[in-house]
Design a protein around this ligand. Structure first.
Ligand code: AHR
Length: 683
C-alpha cells in the first residue's frame, strides 16, 4: 500500500497520521483497500421523513380493473360504448337502459327463447380471461328481477372453452330469482381446477324473462376481506414493501384527454353499482399497443384507496385536477377558465375531498358518505397534490387561484405542486420558481430516464444552489431508470436506481418523498414498461427494482448519518462520483427506534470493489461483532422476475465480521460488480 493511502486511512480511522505503526498494524489485518466509506455516527443528521419512500398508483397497464381490483368481470354494467364488450351473447339477449342505477342505466334481458331446448346466454371473458384456482371459492353477485313477476332460474358456470373434456365447467351454481323488484343475489362457485383463462357463463331456462344488472365475480378471499376488495396476492406485494406514502390515482388519468374525462373522485365513491364508467387514456395513447377494452369502472375508488393506504401503513396522497386537461394533448383553450368562478368546481373538489377524508360525519355530507361506506373514523389526510405534470403560465395561474382557497379552509394540509414532465429543462426551472412563489409545500418532479442520465445526475439533490435551504421540499413523484431492450424490467438498470437513492437519502433534509413509477403491469395488458410489479391472472412477480425499493423502505432509518467516500485512496468526499461515471455510492442512516446503523453501498462498476466501511464516533460499552448483510446482485443485466418465475433475482442475507476498536467499527466487504449491499449493525 502506498504511503499516501496509509495516510488517508489513518485520517478516516480518526488517528493522527504520525501513528503509522498502529495504522499499519490495523491495515495488515485487512485487504488492500480501494474505497473507504466513513460514517460519522457521532452526530445525527437530518431526520428521514416517514413518507420518504413510497408508491405511486395509476390505472395504467391494467393496474386497477384487471389488476389490483379483484373484480373478475369486465364491463359488468354493460356501460362500455359497445355495451357487449367483453361479452359473448347467444339466444334472445336484449340490452335495456332503464335499470335501477341512474348513472349506469344499462342491463340485459334474457328473454324466452321460444323453444324448450333453446337457452339465452351471456358469457364474460374477464380481463385476458378469468384466473381461477383449484379449490378456491368465487363470490358471484347480480342485481336481478323477473319483470313479469313469478320465479326464474339462472345457471352460472365457470368454464374452460378450450378443454377437450366432456364438460367445460370448472364449477357452477344455480340461482333462483323471484319477483318484479330489483334485488341483489349472491352465490358461491368453487373451481375444481386452476386455469388462467376461464369465462363466466350465465344462462336462463329459456322460458321466463329475466333481467340482469351489475354482474360481478370476486375471489371469496380478498385483501383484508373487503367485499368490494383487492386481489390478495397483488395487494400483498404492496404491504410487503412497507411504503411510507401512497400517491393515487395518477398520473395522466387525473388530467383527462379532455376535462370531461379527467379522474373525478366524487364519481368514484358511494355504492359501487352507481359509480359511472370513465374512459382510460391508456386505451388509445400508444397506438402500437392499443387496448380498446380499457376503461375505468371506478370500482377501485377513493374510499378504497384511502382504506388501502391505511391498511398498508402509508400516508395517503391524492392528486386532483387543477382545472386543466392534459397539456400534451391539448391547446390552452381546453382548460377551465383561470378565474375563481371558472375553477370553483375544482376548488370544491379539493375542499370536499379533505372533508371526505378527515371531516366529521355528523356535520359534513362528504364525511357522512365516508362513514356510510364503513369508515366513520377519519383517514388523517395530510397531503394533497393539485395538478399532475403541468407546466408554465396556464398551470401557475390556476394553482394561484385554487391553492389559496384550499388553504383558507384547510391550512393544515400540505399542498404539492409540480415542476412538469421533465427534470432538467426550462419548464422544470420555471416550475420550481413558480412553486416557490406560490409557497407549495412540496414539488413533484418526474424523471423516467436512461442509465446515462442517472450517471450524470447522481448528485442531483446535493445541488444546494438550485435546491435552496428554504422553500418547498422535493417529492420525486415518478421516476425509474429505463434502458435498452424490450424487457419487463432490467436488473442492470435497477442498480442505478439503488445508487441514485443514496443521493436521495443523503439529502433527506430536502427530499421528503420518492415514488418509483409505474407501480403495476399486467403481463398481457401493459402500455408502459419497466414497471415495479408484474402479474398475470394467477400470480405476481416482484422485479429487481421492487427489491431495491423494498430494501430502502425496510431500512429507512430515522436520521441520516454524514458519510464520506474515498475512492481508490482519493480525498474523502461527501459526493463521491465523477459526473457520468460508474462508481461506488453509499449512504448511511441511524434508526433510533431500533438502535441500529444501516449502511447502503452500491457498486455500479463492472469490477468488484474492495471496500472498508468505518463507522466512527460511537460511544458504546460493548461492541457488535457481526453485521447483517443483504445483497441484491444485479450483475445479470437482462435477468428479470416474471409470474411463474418470480424469484430469479431476490435479496440474499448473510453476515460479516466487524472489527471494533475505540468506538470505531470497521467492516471490510468486497462489493461485487453491479451489486447493492446493505449492512445492518445492531448497537
Ligand atoms: O407513469 C406513466 C405516466 O408518466 C404518468 O401518467 C404521467 O404522470 C407520466 O407522464
Amino acid at each position: 500500500m502506498k504511503l499516501r493511502n496509509i495516510l488517508f486511512s489513518a485520517a478516516v480511522f480518526g488517528l493522527p497520521a504520525f501513528h503509522l505503526s498502529s495504522v499499519s498494524c490495523q491495515l495488515s489485518t485487512v485487504r488492500a483497500q480501494e474505497n473507504i466509506i466513513t460514517v460519522n455516527a457521532k452526530k445525527l443528521g437530518a431526520p428521514i421523513q416517514p413518507t420518504m419512500y413510497g408508491i405511486f398508483f395509476e390505472d395504467i397497464n391494467y393496474a386497477a380493473d384487471g389488476g389490483l381490483y379483484a373484480e373478475l368481470v369486465k364491463n359488468r354494467s354493460f356501460e362500455f360504448p359497445n355495451p357487449f364488450t367483453g361479452w359473448d351473447i347467444s339466444g334472445q339477449v336484449l340490452l335495456r337502459n332503464d335499470g335501477p342505477f341512474d348513472r349506469n342505466p344499462h342491463y340485459v334481458r334474457l328473454a324466452p327463447s321460444g323453444h324448450r331446448d333453446k337457452h339465452s346466454m351471456i358469457e364474460n371473458h374477464g380481463f385476458f380471461g378469468i384466473g381461477v384456482k383449484s379449490g378456491e371459492e368465487y363470490r358471484f353477485s347480480v342485481w336481478a328481477r323477473v319483470p313479469d313477476g313469478g320465479n326464474a332460474k339462472i345457471w352460472i358456470d365457470l368454464v374452460d372453452n378450450a378443454t377437450m373434456e366432456e364438460d367445460q365447467k370448472l364449477g357452477n351454481v344455480g340461482l333462483d330469482i323471484s319477483g318484479k323488484e330489483w334485488k341483489k343475489y349472491t352465490a358461491t362457485i368453487k373451481s375444481k381446477r386452476t386455469f388462467a383463462k376461464a369465462h363466466l357463463r350465465i344462462w336462463g331456462d329459456g322460458k321466463v324473462t329475466t333481467d340482469l344488472e351489475h354482474i360481478s365475480l370476486f375471489p371469496a378471499k380478498t385483501y383484508k376481506g373487503h367485499e368490494n376488495g383487492l386481489r390478495m396476492d397483488v395487494a400483498q406485494t404492496l404491504e410487503d414493501l412497507h411504503p411510507g406514502v401512497f400517491r393515487f390515482p395518477g398520473g395522466c388519468i387525473v388530467e383527462g384527454t379532455e376535462l370531461a374525462t379527467r379522474y373525478q373522485w366524487k364519481n368514484s365513491v358511494g355504492p359501487v353499482e352507481n359509480r359511472p364508467l370513465n374512459e382510460n387514456r391508456w386505451h388509445y395513447t400508444f397506438t402500437q399497443r392499443y387496448f380498446p377494452d380499457y376503461f375505468q369502472s371506478y370500482g377501485l375508488g377513493f374510499f378504497e384507496y384511502f382504506q388501502l393506504a391505511e391498511e398498508i401503513g402509508a400516508e395517503p396522497l391524492p392528486v386532483v385536477n387543477v382545472g386543466m386537461a392534459c397539456q400534451f394533448q391539448n391547446n390552452d383553450d381546453a382548460h377551465a377558465p383561470a378565474t375563481k368562478e371558472g375553477l370553483q368546481q375544482f376548488i370544491d373538489d379539493c375542499i370536499d375531498l379533505i372533508d371526505f377524508a378527515n371531516g366529521d360525519p355528523t356535520t359534513n355530507q362528504w364525511a357522512k358518505l365516508r362513514a356510510d361506506m364503513g369508515h366513520p373514523a377519519p383517514f388523517n389526510l395530510k397531503f394533497l397534490a393539485i395538478g399532475n405534470e403541468q407546466w408554465e403560465k396556464p398551470f401557475f395561474d390556476r394553482l394561484a387561484i385554487i391553492a389559496p382557497e384550499v388553504r383558507k379552509v384547510h391550512p393544515e394540509i400540505k399542498l404539492i405542486g409540480t415542476s412538469g414532465p421533465n427534470a432538467e429543462d426550462d419548464h422544470f426551472r420555471n416550475g420550481w420558481k413558480a412553486m416557490r412563489e406560490l409557497k407549495a409545500d412540496l414539488v413533484d418532479e418526474h424523471f423516467y430516464r436512461d442509465i446515462q442520465w442517472y450517471k450524470d445526475w447522481m448528485n442531483r439533490y446535493s445541488d444546494r444552489e438550485f435546491y435552496t435551504k428554504d422553500g418547498p421540499r422535493v417529492f420525486a413523484g415518478e421516476w425509474a431508470c429505463h434502458d435498452r431492450g424490450k424487457k419487463y424490467n432490467h436488473a442492470g438498470a435497477s442498480i442505478y436506481e439503488a445508487a441514485f437513492m443514496t443521493n436521495i437519502e443523503r439529502n433527506a433534509d430536502l427530499v421528503h418523498m420518492a415514488t418509483y413509477a409505474p407501480l403495476f403491469a399486467h403481463m398481457e395488458g401493459w402500455q408502459w414498461r419497466p414497471d415495479l410489479i408484474w402479474y398475470d391472472n394467477l400470480g405476481t412477480a416482484r422485479t429487481a427494482s421492487y427489491y431495491v425499493q423494498q430494501l430502502y423502505m425496510l431500512n429507512r432509518g430515522t436520521n441520516v448519518l454524514p458519510t464520506t467516500i474515498s475512492l481508490n485512496g482519493g480525498t474523502p468526499v461527501a459526493n463521491p462520483v465523477e459526473k457520468g461515471k460508474d462508481g461506488v455510492f453509499a449512504s448511511a442512516v441511524m434508526d433510533k427506534d431500533k438502535n441500529e446503523i444501516i449502511v447502503k453501498v452500491i457498486n455500479t462498476q463492472e469490477k468488484a470493489s474492495t471496500t472498508s466501511i468505518n463507522i466512527t464516533g460511537l460511544k458504546l460499552k460493548g461492541f457488535p461483532t457481526t453485521a447483517e448483510v443483504v445483497t441484491l446482485d444485479c450483475s445479470n443485466y437482462d435477468a428479470e422476475n416474471v409470474p411463474g418465475k418470480p424469484e430469479v433475482i431476490s435479496p440474499k442475507s448473510s453476515t460479516t465480521a466487524i472489527n471494533a476498536e475505540k468506538g470505531n467499527l470497521t467492516l471490510s466487504p468486497t462489493i461485487p460488480a453491479k451489486t447493492f449491499q446493505l449492512f445492518k449493525v445492531k448497537l
